[in-house]
Design a protein around this ligand. Structure first.
Ligand code: ZN
Length: 95
């Protein structure tokens, strides 16, 4: 995987606040950030240690906390907040 040239720290990182949560189709916890992006917040030890995501109290306590938003770093479009982006097609799915 590509990594930056020794950049170790917050340089170039977008810090975004957690405004809420939801579950994805696989019941993983997804944090909703104030930039409009979603970010998975798994507790998957030993690789990812986020014991706070496993409890409602923990998640509530992390509201307002800032996470690095890699989607902002990459300039990706927001995951939500654009209701006109994909209007529903009357009469079913079409390509
Ligand atoms: Zn973002």
């Amino acid at each position: 995987m590509y990594r930056g040239a020794g950049a170790n720290g917050s340089l170039g990182r977008m810090r975004r606040r957690i405004t809420g949560y939801h579950r994805d189709e696989e019941h993983h916890c997804v944090a909703e950030l104030d930039c409009g992006h979603n970010q998975h917040v798994r507790h998957n030890p030993p690789w990812v240690s986020r014991p706070w995501v496993t409890t409602e109290e923990g998640r509530a306590g992390m509201l307002g906390t800032e996470l690095d938003c890699r989607k902002c770093d990459r300039g990706e479009a927001a995951d939500r907040g654009a209701p006109d982006a994909r209007p529903p097609v009357p009469g079913g799915e079409r390509r």
